[in-house]
Design a protein around this ligand. Structure first.
Ligand code: GCO
Length: 498
């Protein structure tokens, strides 16, 4: 396990972390990053940069789902209550050693486990059409296999029924990174059997909730778990091995495919798909085209191609600049006959998490080309959303899209509740979403990350992403200014220019 208390290791796909891993110079490469930052200019196409929003409000199609999202470990707390078993995030956060910047854990988080009724009322007040949450595997199967914990099922039944009473459509994610610890002890996602264990767990959930008309999501951001968890070591389980990361990619995708099949076999209502975080990338130097193509393969096509085309890109894994530096032969050996047809089982919806763009330099390092939010990996560039949505629609078979996450943490310079930076961010991204719909993208909804301030993984409680402020001492909820603004957007089903 890595003892990560330096600034590099906390980032999701930080320029520094990537530089550290891909350059022989290691830490000394910091100077090169600074030089790249100083030298680079955005090369986004004029079509993307020239567009300006119309002076009148942009309207959304009838039935467009305005949502907000959370995930189990980040909000629930109650880590050892009612039979819940330990996940890799309990182990990772409780281990100390600088894994979490403020030394915190998700033991209590936003105490949503005990306060969910009030939180559902807040959603109603906001006017949400959809709420995306995740089910904690270890509440349902405390050890990740075998016995089912009825109290865990009851908790989610309460939420599902509560949403129905308030006329809010559930978007249910089966897995948001909280792998049962016993399964990690057995090898975790680099082990093929974990995909089968996941399919068994999904089978239990579908058996109980098969009549719930929802947008079902298999796994959240398999990329982040594989890379941050098994390559950079900055997230649970804190491993630093690109070969394990590559294996974790394949086995999570296999788990996704098996789950889509289980969903079909149960005749579950609604539709199902994965949630992928995707990132448009741009060369910062005309000579960096190949490197940029490699980074695009690692960041985007490694996930989109198997799910939507039934094949892996050939340029994602290898030793060239910008590639995932795992052994391509070892990776190929993991992919058994039939795996790709399982992974590409037809889906009814694709969840897309959008947090921004990145430049790529000659080293194949992801570098900064736009201002970041308080989260240093998040380069804010709303036209990138349009670029991404139109690209998915053009390059892949047509599938309904939901933006399953999009948001920023509070600006350090703004006092908590007066979050006008979040309003500007959301406005510009809603506008680009409307623009994409106007150009024929089948985008059907937009979930803001997040409903509540919560446990932001390795950043602990130092970044607040919520529409609702949470005082973690008293658990008092206070809507921020963005909450009121979003209420008006939802009521009008339109986003105004100012
Ligand atoms: C992710 C996760 C969320 C994060 C959010 C902000 O996309 O990383 O789905 O759990 O909290 O993205 O980093």
């Amino acid at each position: 396990m890595a003892g990560n208390d330096n600034t590099f290791s906390r980032n999701r796909f930080s320029l520094t972390r990537r530089q550290l891993l891909t350059s022989a110079g290691g830490l000394a490469a910091g100077g090169a990053v600074a030089a790249a930052l100083a030298a680079c200019t955005p090369l986004a196409s004029p079509k993307n940069t020239a567009w300006t929003p119309p002076a009148s409000p942009m309207r959304f199609p009838k039935g467009y789902v305005w949502g907000a999202a959370t995930s189990a470990y980040q909000v629930e707390g109650a880590w050892n209550v009612d039979g819940r078993g330990p996940s890799i995030w309990d182990t990772f956060s409780r281990a100390g050693g600088g894994h979490i910047v403020d030394g915190s854990t998700g033991d209590v988080a936003a105490d949503h486990y005990h306060r969910w009724k009030g939180d559902l009322d807040l959603m109603k007040e906001l006017g949400l059409g959809g709420y995306r949450f995740s089910i904690s595997w270890t509440r349902i199967q405390p050890t990740g296999s075998g016995a089912v914990n009825q109290k865990g099922l009851d908790f989610y039944k309460g939420i599902i029924d509560g949403l129905a009473e308030r006329d809010i459509r559930p978007a249910i994610t089966l897995f948001h990174w909280d792998l049962p610890q016993p399964l990690q002890d057995a090898g975790g996602w680099p082990l093929r059997d974990t995909a089968n264990r996941f399919a068994d767990y999904a089978d239990i959930v579908f058996g109980v909730f098969g009549d719930v008309d929802a947008d079902w999501f298999t796994l959240n951001e398999p990329k982040t778990l594989a890379f941050n968890g098994y390559w950079y070591g900055s997230h649970a389980p804190g491993i630093m091995d690109p070969n394990q990361a590559a294996a974790a990619v394949h086995h999570q995708l296999l788990a996704h495919g098996l789950t889509v099949q289980a969903w079909g076999a149960h005749g579950v209502k609604g539709r199902i798909g994965p949630v992928l975080n995707l990132t448009p990338v741009t060369a910062t130097d005309p000579a960096a085209a190949e490197q940029t193509k490699n980074v695009d393969a690692v960041e985007n096509r490694l996930f989109l191609d198997p799910v939507l085309k039934g094949s892996y890109p050939t340029d994602a894994i290898g030793s060239a600049n910008g590639q995932l530096p795992a052994d391509p032969d070892q990776f190929e050996a993991l992919v058994k006959d039939g795996d790709l047809s399982t992974i590409s089982s037809p889906i009814g919806v694709l969840g897309v998490n959008y947090y921004g763009v990145s430049g790529v330099d000659l080293n194949g390092t992801m570098v900064k080309i736009h201002k970041t939010s308080t989260a240093d990996w998040e380069q804010i560039w709303a036209p990138g959303l349009y670029q991404l949505l139109t690209r998915i629609t053009k390059d892949y078979k047509r599938v309904p899209l939901l933006l399953t996450e999009n948001g920023i943490p509070d600006d350090m310079l703004q006092n908590g509740l007066n979050d006008s930076a979040r309003i500007s961010y959301l406005r510009s991204h809603f506008q680009q979403a409307a623009r994409a719909i106007g150009d024929g993208v089948p985008l059907e909804g937009h979930y803001v990350w997040a409903l509540l301030d919560n446990f932001e993984w390795a950043e602990g409680y130092t970044q607040r992403w919520g529409l609702v402020h949470v005082d973690f001492g008293t658990q008092k909820r206070t809507p921020k200014k963005s909450f009121d603004w979003y209420t008006k957007v939802i009521a009008a089903n339109a986003v105004s220019p100012v």
